[in-house]
Write a protein that binds this ligand. Structure first.
Ligand code: ATP
Ligand code: MG
Length: 309
C-alpha cells in the first residue's frame, strides 16, 4: 500500500476507535458506552465496513511483516468479555491475514493444579510474545479480578497465605497488574486491551441461537447460563477493573459488541493504530550487508546445475 493511502487508513481507523479508548479510568462509567453503538456507521454501511475491515486486515499483515523483520517491539493484545460477546470471532477475523509464524494465541481457562501452585501472573508470563511477534490473550490475568471476584470460592482455591487475603486484595491486584504492564511496556511490549461489551439482551439472543442451530449446539454450555445470573456483579467488576487499570501505555478499548461487524472494525482499527504508532521500519542494510548481498548475487549468477550421476 502506498504511504499516503496507509496514512489515510490509519487516520480513519483511529477516528473510528478513539471514542472507545480509555487511557485514564477515573470517572469511567460502563453505562456511557452503549453495546449497540455503531459510531458513525449505520447498518446500511455494514458492507462498506466489511470492505474496510478487509483492507485493514491487509494493512495489518504488512505492518506485522515489518514488526517481525525489525524484531524489536512485541505486541500484546488482551481480550476479555462475557460469554458469546464474540472474542473468538474478533480474533479470527482481525488476525486472518497475518503470518501464523508471527502470531500466537493463548487461551486462559480455569487454572490447573500446577498453575494454582504459582502466583497469578505466572501462567500468563510464560505465554508472553517474543520480540517481533503479536501475542493474543483470549482471557488473561484480568480473570483474577473478574471471575475470581464474582466467585470468592475461586480465591479459596488459590492457597494464598491467610494474612495476605484481605478486603484490599482487589486493589492490590490492580496495583500489581498496572506495575506489570508498566514493566512490560518499558521492555518494548506494546499492550492494548479489549473489553467486548455485549448487552444482556443480545447475549440471550446469541445463546438461544446456539440452542436452536444444530451447528452451533457445540458452543452451548450450561455453565454460561449460570454465569449470566451474575451479570450485575460482572459489570461492576468490569467497571472497577477498567477504572483501575486503564493507562496511556496500556489502554482499554471498551468495544460495543452487539453488532459483530462493528466490533471487528473497531478492534482491527485499534490494532492498526497500535502498530502504526510504533514507527516500525524494515532493518537498514549497512555497507557490510550490501557487499554480502552483491557477492551472493554474483555467486548465484555464476552457479551451474551439477550433472546428475
Ligand atoms: P468459549 O466459551 O468461547 O469457547 P471461553 O473463553 O469462554 O471460550 P470456556 O472454556 O468456556 O472458554 O471458559 C473458560 C472459563 O475459565 C471462563 O468461565 C473463565 O471465567 C474461567 N477462568 C479463566 N481464568 C480463570 C481463573 N484465573 N480462575 C477461575 N476461572 C477462570
Ligand atoms: Mg465460555
Amino acid at each position: 500500500m502506498a504511504p499516503m493511502k496507509l496514512k489515510k487508513l490509519v487516520r480513519e481507523t483511529r477516528r473510528l476507535c478513539q471514542p472507545y479508548c480509555i487511557t485514564d479510568g477515573s470517572g469511567f462509567r460502563l453505562k456511557h458506552i452503549d453495546p449497540a453503538d455503531t459510531g458513525p456507521l449505520k447498518s446500511e454501511d455494514k458492507a462498506r465496513a466489511k470492505e474496510t475491515l478487509q483492507m485493514g486486515v491487509e494493512t495489518l499483515a504488512k505492518l506485522q511483516d515489518i514488526l517481525y523483520a525489525q524484531d524489536s517491539w512485541a505486541v500484546l493484545l488482551i481480550f476479555q468479555a462475557m460469554d458469546a460477546a464474540g472474542k473468538d470471532g474478533a480474533i479470527k477475523h482481525v488476525m486472518s491475514g497475518i503470518n501464523p509464524q508471527g502470531c500466537q494465541v493463548a487461551s486462559f481457562k480455569a487454572p490447573s493444579a500446577e498453575e494454582l501452585d504459582h502466583d497469578f501472573l505466572w501462567r500468563c508470563q510464560k505465554s508472553l510474545p517474543e520480540r517481533g511477534r503479536i501475542g493474543i490473550f483470549n482471557r488473561s490475568y484480568y480473570e483474577e479480578v473478574l471471575v475470581v471476584r464474582v466467585h470468592p470460592e475461586f480465591l479459596e482455591k488459590q492457597k494464598l497465605p491467610r494474612p495476605l487475603v484481605s478486603k484490599k486484595i482487589w486493589d492490590q491486584r490492580y496495583e500489581d497488574i498496572c506495575a506489570f504492564e508498566r514493566y512490560l511496556t518499558r521492555n518494548g511490549v506494546a499492550i492494548r486491551k479489549f473489553f467486548l461489551h455485549i448487552s444482556h439482551a443480545e447475549q440471550k439472543r446469541r445463546f438461544l441461537e446456539r440452542l436452536d442451530t444444530p451447528e452451533k449446539n457445540w458452543k452451548f454450555s450450561a455453565a454460561d447460563i449460570a454465569e449470566r445470573q451474575h451479570w450485575r456483579e460482572y459489570m461492576a467488576a468490569y467497571q472497577d477493573m477498567i477504572r483501575a487499570t486503564a493507562t496511556p501505555w496500556a489502554p482499554w478499548y471498551v468495544v460495543p459488541a452487539d453488532h459483530k461487524w462493528f466490533t471487528r472494525a473497531v478492534v482491527a482499527g485499534a490494532v492498526i493504530d497500535a502498530l502504526a504508532s510504533l514507527g516500525l521500519e524494515y532493518p537498514e542494510v549497512d555497507e557490510v550487508k550490501r557487499a554480502e548481498l552483491a557477492a551472493a548475487r554474483r555467486a548465484l549468477h555464476a552457479s551451474k546445475e551439477p550433472p546428475v550421476r
